[in-house]
Design a protein around this ligand. Structure first.
Ligand code: SF4
Length: 75
């Protein structure tokens, strides 16, 4: 069933870890979504793209110099 609640996830952000160099540029733009852990690996605790965080996630995707991020729209 499709929910129409405001803030419901409609998409997810995906990381290509083969490309990611953990330089934390995405974390700087959207620290609520992206996090570099103690071992210098990028973590995405919740990949949901919501109305609330979408603009920051889009900025993070655009700021990644390795083109390692993409938003996959829910179908
Ligand atoms: S900006 Fe790109 S390369 Fe840098 S940590 Fe984020 S996903 Fe990885």
């Amino acid at each position: 069933m499709v929910s129409t609640e405001i803030g419901e996830p409609v998409a997810k952000v995906e990381v290509d870890f083969d490309l990611c160099e953990s330089n934390a540029l995405c974390e700087a733009v959207a620290p609520d979504v992206f996090r570099i852990d103690d071992d210098d690996f990028l973590q995405v605790d919740d990949p949901s793209v919501t109305d609330e965080n979408r603009s920051r996630v889009e900025q993070a995707v655009a700021s990644c110099p390795k083109s390692a991020l993409r938003i996959v729209e829910d179908e």
